[in-house]
Design a protein around this ligand. Structure first.
Ligand code: NDP
Length: 298
């Protein structure tokens, strides 16, 4: 059997960013709007600082304004909420993203801070209002990683209607919204998790298999139905002899690529799509807030 088509998430993300740049240029030309993306960072966690910097660069590269709000690691919940409130009230800010995790989640509650973000500026789609809109089938903001998974499927998988999708993982950030989006696309969706019985057998029935687990290379080749579309959301660092570690997904790529019809590698699949989707969300909030149509991407 031929090897699976390997989806190049980097190339697709590049394409999507190009489309967002066209939309931003159109908003500037027709409405004199420059979408603004604000990122709030508490503390100096090295990985978070890298993510925040790359989000800011990506926003500027497509012609948006990038606003960075930094607070010290010792900032109180009230301090963080005060920044969020100020950004909510700032008409130049279209999207607000609070970089998680906080240095001390017991002191500064993620849930309480996120609940203060104006749902119409919530470009991470984490506010319960946006989770509710997704569940109710209303237009809202969808978290960026699930949205990136759907963009991959929309562009490479053909019709999803009637397909059996198995999603492993039920987090609010990834698994649950992916399940809702697949349901919206008329898939028959099975949500799997750590208590699911006979997970390999269940996975073998999936036309679309999404792994969002956080367990390195857990999904083996013989869990994959021949020809299935495999989306690997997992990003796990495993140890290497040189001590630097190596990133792998939740799927054993070397095995699954021999069985699947298409597969996203990790790294290089879903990961790059996340920031591209965040930029799409910022264009969307900029338009929704003003009651104008989202410009065409090409
Ligand atoms: P969580 O830890 O919040 O959720 C993991 C889910 O996997 C849970 O629902 C858990 O089940 C389930 N699970 C854990 N172990 C097993 C198992 N052995 N068998 C079946 N199910 C299991 O993780 P996230 O959803 O936040 O992230 C999932 C993965 O996606 C991670 O690797 C993360 O790094 C990656 N990720 C990648 C992103 C990107 O590419 N940009 C963005 C976000 C996440 P239960 O609910 O029963 O405990």
């Amino acid at each position: 059997m031929a090897e699976a088509k390997v989806i190049d998430g980097k190339a697709l993300a590049e394409q999507v960013r190009g489309e967002v740049a066209v939309q931003v240029a159109a908003l500037k030309a027709s409405h004199a709007i420059t979408p603004g993306l604000a990122v709030v960072l508490v503390g100096e966690n090295a990985a978070s600082m890298v993510y925040v910097a790359s989000k800011g660069r990506a926003a500027k590269a497509v012609g948006m304004n990038s606003i960075e709000e930094r607070l010290p690691a010792g900032a109180s919940e009230q301090d963080v909420i005060a920044v969020v409130d100020r950004l909510n009230a700032d008409p130049a800010v279209d999207g607000i993203l609070v970089q998680l995790p906080f240095p001390d989640p017991k002191r500064v509650s993620e849930r309480r801070v996120i609940s203060h973000i104006d749902p119409d500026k919530d470009v991470d789609g984490l506010h319960v209002v946006n989770a509710g809109r997704l569940l109710a089938g209303e237009d809202g903001i969808v978290p960026a990683t699930p949205m990136g998974c759907m963009t991959i499927l929309e562009r490479f998988a053909g019709s999803l209607s009637g397909k059996h999708a198995v999603v492993i993982g039920r987090s609010n950030l990834v698994g649950k919204p992916i399940g809702q989006l697949l349901l919206r696309a008329s898939c028959t969706v099975t949500m799997a998790h750590s208590k699911t019985a006979d997970l390999p057998g269940l996975c073998r029935t999936a036309d679309i298999l999404v792994a969002a687990v956080g367990q390195p290379q857990m999904v083996r080749g013989d869990w994959v139905k021949p020809g299935a579309f495999v989306i690997d959301v997992g990003t796990n660092r495993i140890p290497t002899p040189d001590g630097k570690g190596r990133l792998v997904g939740d799927v054993n790529f070397a095995e699954a690529v021999k069985v699947a019809g298409a597969i996203t590698p990790s790294p290089g699949g879903v990961g790059p799509m996340t920031i591209a989707s965040l930029l799409q969300n910022t264009v969307k909030t900029a338009c929704l807030r003003r009651g104008i149509a989202v410009p065409k991407a090409s």
